[in-house]
Design a protein around this ligand. Structure first.
Ligand SMILES: O=P(O)(O)OC[C@H]1O[C@H](O)[C@H](O)[C@@H](O)[C@@H]1O
Length: 543
């Protein structure tokens, strides 16, 4: 729908329904409808979702699905998969789904044979990864590569870093990966520590190849390598991943050692393409392709399943339900998997850079809240830190719990304990414990209120067989499409990120004020001026 979704009849119907439902407790919803738990589940590939612990009934889901239809979600999905320029503010197609289409798929967009080009790059990446893994690729001194250092930031860092951590159990070639992103010199210093230049390969990853942090870190890495092995070593120790061949060449990396992608892949949607090169070197091309197949399974589910049985659609609509009708501001993502410890950070870019917008695609201001704040930590660590607020605080924090049946390596039944914690938490959050129940245990009356567990705190539980390349791909695709569903309802462009530009430009303009010999004459504002003076003073510079 073009126009204001919050003015639609469907929105009004949800508003009314919310008034009725907001006062009802999950305890009642379960008691009133014994078939509820069995009915409110959905499967996508290997992912099983139980969404019965949501403050929603059959009617809620029907009303939300009607909202999705009103917002034109079916047409929007078809437009994305068909390569239409749905990124309107940048006039681009949005085709991360093409990065995982099978080789025999046909998609021609703006005259480009998209799938053919994707597979050509995948083949180049695979050949290179195999050479590094088999030790055929040698560094300048003839030694094989032992460590790959990915230098990138944002989408050129979080995806491969998250996935490498998630899939460490599959890193079988004796090659480890490290990730450098921050302009803070501590990052590269810490990551170069203990490395031998002769066995280190740098993958400089940047869609634009103009990003200050990445180019600066890459220059530092280049200097470190050249100091040890000489200028001629660069071609054996540096490769690039980018859409910008001219800038790669300008930086001094041979474009024969460059792996490309295209402007229709957003940075935060890019690690299943060439930005995943460091991951592919670590886990191997076959595992990487299993991951792509996992993504594709959920893409197909999203494209074809009816909305009421469509996992990303349901989870996206429930996100809208809490965000816009209950006015919950955040959404916790709580993976019960240590390997997924970077998943919440990865999701923060995916979701918040995509949907943190306050104008619609047509430029008009939004009239409903957009962009949930995503945050989280792996369970059970979170339980001993912030779950107090989830259980007894005054805020409503809907949460996604993610667990796996099979561990990679178990010790003394620890994995069952981990899963028991996941299940116990979602149950306690939903059903809580009443004052009567607590009093009946002999708790002194004055302590009873402190111990009451209000419950009625909604959660999704996603259970998968095992954290594998395929299930990771499925999970990531799930969240990518949740973002799409929410963005479509809100009517925003989920694929641009103009909001990050001003701060970057101001930092560039401000840097000379910190470093120049002469104290600067002008400042952007009085507070910043005072902080610049203080900083110069602390650094022993003239003020
Ligand atoms: O890959 P690059 O062009 O270096 O961009 C890296 C990152 O920086 C930008 O500021 C954007 O906000 C991100 O979406 C992007 O992933």
């Amino acid at each position: 729908m073009s126009g204001d979704i919050s003015q639609s009849q469907e929105w009004a119907a949800l508003d009314k329904h919310h008034e009725k439902l907001a006062g009802r407790h999950l305890r009642e919803l379960f008691a009133d409808d014994p078939g509820r738990a069995g009915r409110m589940t959905v499967t996508a590939g290997d992912l099983y979702l139980d969404y019965s612990k949501h403050r929603a009934t059959r009617e809620t889901i029907d009303l939300l699905v009607a909202l999705a239809e009103r917002a034109g979600l079916s047409e929007a999905i078809a437009a994305m998969f068909g390569g239409e320029h749905i990124n309107v503010s940048e006039d681009r197609a949005v085709l991360h789904v093409a990065l995982r289409m099978p080789e025999d798929a046909e998609l021609v967009v703006d005259g480009q044979h998209v799938v053919r080009d994707v597979h050509a790059v995948l083949a180049e990446m695979s050949a290179f990864a195999d050479r590094v893994r088999s030790k055929e690729w040698k560094g300048a001194t003839g030694e094989p590569i032992e460590t790959v250092v990915n230098i990138g930031i944002g989408g050129s860092d979080l995806g491969p870093a998250m996935a490498y951590e998630a899939l460490r159990d599959y890193a079988d070639a004796g090659i480890t990966a490290r990730f450098v992103s921050n302009i803070d010199p501590a990052d590269i210093t810490g990551n170069l520590a203990g490395l031998d230049p002769a066995t280190t390969l740098f993958v400089v990853s940047s869609k634009t190849f103009t990003t200050l942090e990445t180019l600066t870190n890459a220059r530092v890495a280049r200097r470190w390598l050249v100091d040890a092995l000489g200028e001629d070593a660069v071609s054996k120790h540096f490769v690039a991943v980018s859409t910008n061949a001219a800038k790669v060449a300008e930086f001094g990396i041979d474009t024969d050692n460059m792996f490309g992608f295209w402007d229709w892949v957003g940075g935060r949607y890019s690690y299943d393409g060439a930005i995943g090169l460091s991951l592919m070197i670590a886990i191997g091309p076959a595992r990487f392709r299993e991951m792509l197949a996992g993504f594709h399974t959920v893409d197909e589910h999203f494209r074809t399943a009816p909305f009421e049985a469509n996992m990303p659609v349901l989870m996206g609509l429930l996100g809208i339900w809490y965000n816009d009708f209950f006015h919950a501001e955040t959404r916790a993502v709580l993976p019960y998997s240590q390997r997924l410890h970077r998943f919440p950070a990865y999701l923060q870019q995916l979701t918040m850079e995509s949907n943190g917008k306050s104008v619609r695609a047509d430029g008009a201001p939004v009239t409903a809240g957009t962009g949930e704040i995503f945050w989280g930590e792996p369970g059970t660590n979170g339980q001993h830190a912030f779950y107090q607020l989830l259980h007894q605080g005054t805020r409503l924090v809907p949460a996604d719990f993610i667990g796996f049946a099979e561990p990679h390596e178990d010790r003394e039944g620890m994995h069952d304990q981990l899963v028991a914690n996941l299940l116990a938490q979602t149950s306690a959050l939903a059903f809580g414990k009443t004052a009567q129940e607590i009093a009946a245990e002999g708790t002194p009356p004055e302590i009873v209120p402190h111990k009451v567990m209000p419950g009625n705190r909604p959660t999704s539980t996603i259970l998968a067989p095992k954290l594998t390349p395929s299930t990771l791909g499925q999970l990531v695709a799930l969240y990518e499409h949740i973002v799409f569903v929410e963005g479509t309802i809100w009517g925003i462009d989920s694929f641009d990120q103009w909001g990050v530009e001003l701060g970057k430009k101001m930092a560039l303009d401000l840097a000379p004020a910190l470093t120049s010999d002469e104290p600067p004459a002008e400042f952007p504002d009085a507070s910043t001026g005072q902080l610049v003076r203080r900083y110069r003073e602390l650094r022993g510079r003239r003020v």
